[in-house]
Design a protein around this ligand. Sequence first.
Ligand code: CDV
Length: 311
Amino acid sequence: MSRFINLACAQMGPIARDDDRSTVVRRQIELLREAKSRGAEFVVFPELAFTTFFPRWVLDDPAEIDSFFEPEMPGPETRPLFEAASDLGIGFYIGYAELAQEDGRTRRFNTAIIVDARGRIVGKYRKVHLPGHAGPVEGRTSQHLEKRYFEPGNLGFPVWRTMGGVVGMCICNDRRWPETYRVMALQGAELVCVGYNTPDDHTGVFDFDQLTGFHHQLSLQAGAYQNATWIAAAAKAGCEEGSNMIGLSMIVAPSGQIVAMASTTGDELISAKCDFDMGTLYKRTIFDFARHREPSQYGLIVERKGPVVEV
Ligand code: CDV
């Protein structure tokens, strides 16, 4: 049996610090129109897709910080995206900085949502693995301060039955952690959506060597294969406010094969016809979790945060 979905990733080129939401949303709607012309039913947009990647800066002014956050989704400036998608009958995943009032206080999360083809938010995910630091690191021209601006996500890694399949989400750095995919795969994930902002010009002072693009691909291909799931990953790419971000948006099959990949670092739509059932072969054989996994032997995975050498 086959269950096909026409899937697209809307890679976005740089967003300037001064670009307003309406300008950005116009670009996104243009990408949605192209998606429609290709017959796409679901489009994955990047992480923090409405603004520049502000965690590269040390910001202290609360009003300036809040200007990058969305107190409501959709809000007045982002609603046109929802309306255009629903008019076109396209569902989407998009990332944004979420300003939440929760537990009697203001909280900030790096968030992504799934919106169905009728414009309804069906799922929300808050980024669990926040890379970088809480304060500026001396000697760096560009910081990575996600730990300063966001709390770790508190919603786990749920999946939703939508768009004809079982769909989950993660955000950027999450894609490097095997736990991310496995928790979703244990709930039957057939598609994992990922938006990301990955700079490749911090060599020598940050987490990168010359292999940033390779490690991105490696993580997605291994995650897809080892969990028998599709992965659709959309980049914010190009030189944004002086920081060089990788493109390489891609759609990866449950076999681990790349079936579509961006060739630019600008606004670019990639798409592929994907069969949700393609993972079934692996789920029945080599990765039949119920038959082959041995959770009783994996205790340290959840008990221990970092390595402790006892020998
Ligand atoms: N936005 C990110 O999470 N970026 C990280 C970089 C900074 C390590 C990533 O994993 O791509």
